[in-house]
Every structure is written in C-alpha cells, then in structure tokens.
Design a binder for this molecule. Structure first.
Ligand SMILES: Nc1ncnc2c1ncn2[C@@H]1O[C@H](COP(=O)(O)OP(=O)(O)O)[C@@H](O)[C@H]1O
Ligand SMILES: [Mg+2]
Length: 222
C-alpha cells in the first residue's frame, strides 16, 4: 500500500546541514499494523510526516497504491491526503477557538454537502466512542492534554481514511484511555480495513502490531 524508498531529509540550520533521515526504505502492506520506535530526536515524526504526504523529503519517493505522492502538485496532494490519510499529530494541532465538534469536522468541510452530512453523524459517534460526548461544544483550547489527544484522533478518522498515521497517540493518556484507543485502532483495522502506522513507546500497542521497526540516528534498524 505504502512504499517509501531511499528517503532522506536534511535541514539547513545555523550550525550547518542536519541529516535527520539518512536512507530509509519502508514498505507497508494493506491492512498492516506497523509500530515505529526510537529515541527522542531520531526522526520518527519527520518520517511519519513524509509518509503522510505532509513534508517533502530531500531525496527519495513515497508511493501510495502505486501513486507517486510527491509527484503530485501541492493541491493534488492536499486532496489526496484529505481522501486517504488520517493524521494524529504529536502535538495535536487543534484550533483552540473552535469547538471540539468543529475541530473534528474540519477535514470534512471541503467535501460535498452529502458527505458533510454523513460526517456530522460520524463525528457524534466518534466522540461517543472516545468518551468526549460531554465535551462536544467545549472550545478545544480548554481541554486537558488527554482530551485534546482524543479529539485529534476523532478528527483523523472523520473522513474514514484508509491509512492512519499516529504520532504517539497514547502519549498523554492514562492506561484506561490508552487501552480504549488501542481497541478502537484494532476495530478500525478489522472492520474498516484501515492500515496503521504508529509512532509509539507504548508496549501494549507494540504487542498488537504486526511489526515494530526501530529508527535510530535517521536509519531504520530492521
Ligand atoms: N524544521 C526543522 N528544522 C530543523 N531541524 C528540525 C526540524 N524539524 C525537526 N528537526 C530536527 O530533526 C530531528 C528529528 O526530529 P523529529 O523527527 O521530531 O524526532 P522524533 O519525532 O524522533 O523525536 C531533531 O533533532 C529535530 O530537532
Ligand atoms: Mg516526534
């Protein structure tokens, strides 16, 4: 489903060129569940952004079902992401002045009237699954870290993505909420055929994954 080849990413900094990803090859099969682990600063978030079509690599390619993601124009890539990829950011990136419901519905706004109507129904059910019903009309900015994390997960799922990329999705959750997220991910995979790539330190999640890959100093270890 997803094929990343020879991915490199460099940043120019005042101290010179920082090589964050050095030569990464990663293939993910349809419906596979892959966990990515590695120390802080290893390049996990950078890699996940590149896999999701959010950040162009300095070198290399990402193919999604044979389609060259970075061969698309920015507009085409935005539409591609909106239709196919759900992304849970490490730092959520919610709009603090919008309500929980409005945040969750954001990715559905560019879709047709009919799709938006369906999305509203789905949002209510996702918020219920994530124990957020009582927060539906709260502004996102007043939520706790764990609540924000769950809103970010609901937003990532609103367009029923086939590929879900999550950056430490249980990092701010207690074990009960963490387990609930894990159940939800498993269910999405089983019932909706979703492919999962997660950056995580959570051993429970790693045990449920088909494969755990380790990244260190910008290189995949296996
Ligand atoms: N936009 C950027 N400009 C310069 N350096 C960056 C930028 N984004 C990330 N980095 C650096 O790249 C390295 C990897 O970052 P990141 O992918 O966030 O690591 P991880 O998610 O594994 O903790 C870090 O050293 C970070 O400081
Ligand atoms: Mg990170």
């Amino acid at each position: 489903m997803l094929c990343a080849k020879d991915i490199r990413k460099n940043y120019k900094t005042s101290a010179g060129c920082l090589q964050v990803l050095k030569k990464i090859d990663l293939e993910v099969k349809p419906n596979e569940f892959v966990a990515i682990q590695g120390p802080s600063g290893a390049g996990k978030s950078t890699l996940l952004h590149i896999l999701g079509g959010l950040d162009m690599p300095s070198c290399g390619s990402v193919h999604f079902e044979g389609k060259d993601v970075y061969g698309l124009s920015e507009n085409e890539r935005a539409i591609f992401r909106n239709r196919n990829v759900g992304f849970v950011f490490q730092f959520y990136h919610l709009l603090s002045e919008l309500s929980v419901l409005e945040n969750v519905l954001l990715p559905s706004l560019i879709q047709s009237w009919w799709e938006r109507k369906r999305a509203r129904i789905r949002a209510v059910s996702l918020l219920e699954k994530l124990q957020l019903t009582e927060r539906t009309h709260y502004k996102a900015g007043v939520l706790s870290g764990g609540e924000m994390q769950r809103v970010a997960i609901a937003r990532a799922l609103i367009n029923e993505p086939r590929l879900l990329l999550c950056d430490e999705p249980t990092g701010n959750l207690d074990s009960e909420n963490g387990n609930r997220i894990l159940q939800l991910l498993r269910q999405l995979r089983q019932d909706n055929n979703v492919t999962l790539v997660l950056v995580t330190h959570d051993q429970n999640i790693c045990m449920s994954a088909d494969r755990v890959v380790h990244i260190k100093d910008g290189v995949l270890l296996n």
